[in-house]
Design a protein around this ligand. Structure first.
Ligand code: OFO
Length: 168
């Protein structure tokens, strides 16, 4: 079983993952509204991935005999000043999430909860990928700055992204 301190912290991270999904779905809507369907698809898939991250916490909390408690999800930003500010936001957001996961790992170690520490290592690795993707995408859109042809190509490329369920 997880103790009450871990139960609270895991539920808090479940909420943070749902918020990430909400933020990326909001970005998807923003790109739809700006006729960038490929960018919108990318963010929609990202939102789906975040939902998977949340459900992984959901399942783990239950497996450890604790209770899932859903709380209010903060309203995300709805407008950005273009693709570069949007992808800068993604990178900043993912760096912040990495910090949250690192704090959770610290807490699990402090609480001598080795199983939770082990469970969280999946997220530690996932955050490396999340930041890597965010940096790559930001570099790409910066290259396209002021060049509609490159932006069009990136938009096409991002339209190919598909959702794949998490491997256990
Ligand atoms: Fe859940 O990784 Fe992004 O936020």
């Amino acid at each position: 079983m997880v103790n009450e301190v871990m139960e609270k912290a895991l539920n808090k991270q479940l909420n943070a993952e749902l918020y990430s999904g909400y933020l990326y779905l909001s970005m998807a809507a923003y790109f739809e509204d700006n006729d960038l369907a490929g960018f919108a698809n990318y963010m929609r898939v990202q939102a789906h991935e975040e939902q998977d991250h949340a459900m992984k916490f959901y399942d783990y909390i239950i497996r450890r005999g604790a209770k899932v408690t859903l709380t209010e999800i903060e309203a995300p930003q709805t407008e950005w000043k273009g693709v570069i500010p949007a992808f800068e936001h993604v990178l900043e957001h993912e760096k912040m999430v990495t910090g949250l996961i690192d704090d959770l790992v610290d807490l699990a170690i402090e609480q001598k909860d080795h199983a939770t520490n082990n469970f969280l290592q999946w997220y530690v690795e996932e955050q490396v990928e999340e930041e890597e993707n965010a940096m790559e995408n930001l570099a790409k859109v910066k290259l396209a700055d002021g060049n509609p042809q490159i932006l069009y190509k990136i938009n096409e490329e991002l339209s190919a992204r598909e959702h794949h369920p998490i491997d256990e």
